[in-house]
Ligand binder design. Structure first.
Ligand code: GTP
Length: 472
């Protein structure tokens, strides 16, 4: 469901690295991606518009300014709004079935032909009989369930319900095509009362499209039975059409909830959000297979998390902050391995990567034990300052100069000093340190080098570099 939202958001989170906070400008891309993802998933346009504007409002609001990173803040806002769109705003138990009625609690099933009404009746009966139901978050035990079909137009429908009732292990009330739907309902209710059923589920006739006769019939059944739950069953594959069907049923009947079936198919899932939005009624269940066990209670929060692939995105946010460019890191490592070709251009690239990985202190914390002792003696603030100064120097040099710093004349060094705001002595010191480092590299054993590379930031990005000795 809504796979694209995860993908698109991941991409946006990546581009947000390095941004200090969410602004009108940098959220624009994100909002466009969210919009596209929802439209691709078949969510209807008005719903998309409203959702996007809510995310925008929240993202630019107060809450975000104080949060850790823009990426996290953003995903947080989308998650919250998605939960609310899926029904989280209706309260924590809105998705639960309500059965708190003098038994039998009656559930009326409504929907188009082929939407999965009969199958869902069987699934629901089984689920209740097995004690899957909970009230206010607490399990409420196994139920004695009776099912009946008021579909007098299609005798096969009655047979079908009989079969699923047997599979579900619940009681089935026979009915026949020559009876009136209301008589069937009355008889079933009477039978359920006499036999102390906790729940009576009434399956109704479907039509190929919305027609007035069908609506009247189900309204009459509703008036007679006064069900505590009137569930609208809708096929997720209907896509945009689901909205119109949902609207018609919602106007004809006081629906209490929605069951979205066939979510296991090619359905893009967006219908769920639209239906929820146009009816204002909670999604209570989703059908995820043809089998009787294929029914899942709907949890807005969990579904939103699943849609967002929350774990993945959050770890991606962290990854993005480290912002290690894998290609770059591999190139550098290859050069360091060679030992001699590592010049100031590479050094500059490396500094940029280290900066992206976060401040020095957090970087040092990630070092393995053998390095952390030395690291603890480093003043990380000072180190960060030092790195910034080195970067200033390197940025003031040309690429050619960085490749062959030994050619730098004194007059040129003075100009670099002026350009970077760092005294000439410090430039000289840096250059000679770098020279030492280069010769050290040449001498260093390859295994030792690999170890050092791995230590630098616990570089996940270097994982793929099997070629280096000492690398796993
Ligand atoms: N894959 C999948 N198939 C489902 C699901 N729910 C129902 N189906 C299938 O959808 C088809 C129609 O389901 P029915 O339960 O017969 O539909 P109905 O709404 O009762 O149709 P009528 O009785 O004609 O009004 C059947 O082949 C079911 O097996 C589901 O969640 N997933």
């Amino acid at each position: 469901m809504l796979d694209n939202l995860t993908n698109r958001l991941s991409r946006v989170v990546k581009t947000l690295r390095g941004e200090a906070r969410l602004t009108e400008a940098n959220t624009q891309d994100m909002l466009r991606e969210v919009r596209l993802a929802l439209l691709e998933a078949d969510v209807s346009l008005p719903v998309v518009r409203e959702f996007v504007s809510r995310v925008k409002e929240k993202a630019l609001g107060e809450e975000v300014a104080n949060s850790l990173t823009p990426g996290q803040a953003l995903v947080g806002v989308v998650h919250k709004e998605l939960t609310s769109l899926m029904g989280g705003d209706l309260g924590p138990h809105a998705s639960e079935l309500s059965l708190a009625q003098q038994p039998p609690a009656i559930i009326l099933m409504a929907g188009l032909q082929g939407s999965g009404k009969t199958t869902t009746t069987g699934k629901l009966a089984r689920w209740l009989a097995e004690g899957g139901h909970s009230q206010n978050g607490h399990k409420s035990g196994k139920k004695k369930v009776l099912v009946v079909s008021a579909d007098v137009y299609r005798p096969a429908a009655i047979e079908q319900l009989k079969t699923v009732a047997a599979q579900a292990g619940v009681d089935f009330m026979p009915s026949s095509a020559d009876q009136k739907p209301e008589d069937i309902a009355r008889n079933a209710l009477d039978f359920a009362k006499r036999h102390h059923h906790d729940v009576l589920i009434v399956d109704t006739a479907g039509r190929l499209g919305i027609d007035e006769a069908m609506m009247q019939e189900i309204r009459a059944l509703h008036a007679l039975l006064k069900p505590i739950e009137t569930l609208f069953v809708v096929d997720a594959m209907l896509g945009q059409d689901a909205v119109n069907v949902a609207k018609a049923f919602n106007e004809a009947l006081p629906l209490t909830g929605v069951v979205l079936t066939k979510l296991d198919g090619d359905a893009r899932g967006g219908a769920a959000l639209s239906v929820r939005h146009v009816t204002g009624k909670p999604l209570k269940f989703v059908g995820v297979s043809e089998k009787l066990a294929g029914l899942e209670p709907f949890h807005p929060e969990r579904m939103a998390q699943r849609v967002l692939g929350m774990g993945d995105i959050l770890s991606l946010v962290e990854e993005a902050q480290k912002a290690i460019n894998v290609d770059e890191a591999q190139k550098l490592a290859a050069k360091m391995k060679a030992g001699d070709k590592f010049d100031l251009n590479d050094f500059r690239a490396q500094i940029a990567q280290m900066k992206n990985m976060g401040d020095m202190s957090s970087l040092l914390e990630k070092l393995p034990a053998q390095f952390s002792q030395a690291a603890s003696q480093v003043d990380s603030k000072q180190a960060s300052r030092q790195i910034r100064r080195m970067e200033g120097i390197l940025n003031s040099m040309t690429e050619m100069e960085r490749a062959k710093p030994e050619l730098l004349k004194a007059s040129r060094k003075r100009r670099i000093a002026a350009g970077s705001g760092v005294p000439v002595q410090e430039i000289n010191r840096m250059l000679s340190q770098f020279e030492q480092m280069q010769s050290m590299m040449k001498q260093m054993k390859k295994g030792g080098m690999a170890k050092m590379m791995r230590a630098m930031g616990g570089m996940k990005a270097l994982k793929g570099m099997k070629g280096l000795p000492g690398m796993k």
